[in-house]
Design a protein around this ligand. Structure first.
Ligand code: SF4
Ligand code: SF4
Length: 119
């Protein structure tokens, strides 16, 4: 079995080449995800969601909203607002050009995307 780092690097190279991995989309994978993750996580989202903060730095560009897998962020009056379905994936935090979104702490320490793994 490949180490996590090798796997991440391999995936990053695929993305760089324009081939987005599509693993975990089969019916069996969905069932596994439902029982192994989502059902359990749905009960947790309320407490996670409370921690998500969007600061005044937000300019309403919509990147977070377009990329949130939970549909948890909406743009209203040119500003992002979060609902109660955050599962702490950190996608919005890594994408926000203004570093306006935080989950733990008051400041974004690092925005990590696949480019980091491409040498
Ligand atoms: S990505 Fe950042 S700046 Fe853009 S709408 Fe979301 S919070 Fe606001
Ligand atoms: S951390 Fe993930 S699930 Fe939570 S609001 Fe951001 S993109 Fe959505």
């Amino acid at each position: 079995m490949k180490s996590a780092d090798e796997r991440i690097e391999q995936t990053a190279m695929q993305i760089k080449a324009g081939k987005y991995p599509r693993e975990g989309l089969s019916f069996i994978a969905h069932i596994k995800g439902l029982f192994g993750q989502r059902l359990w996580f749905y009960n947790k989202t309320a407490s996670y969601s409370d921690k998500l903060k969007i600061s005044d730095l937000c300019v309403g560009c919509g990147l977070c909203s377009q990329n949130c897998p939970m549909g948890n962020i909406k743009i209203e009056d040119n500003k992002a607002t979060a609902g109660g379905r955050c599962t702490m994936c950190y996608r919005c935090i890594s994408l926000c050009p203004k570093q306006a979104i935080t989950l733990i702490g008051e400041k974004v320490q690092e925005q990590c995307r696949y480019e980091k793994y491409i040498t």
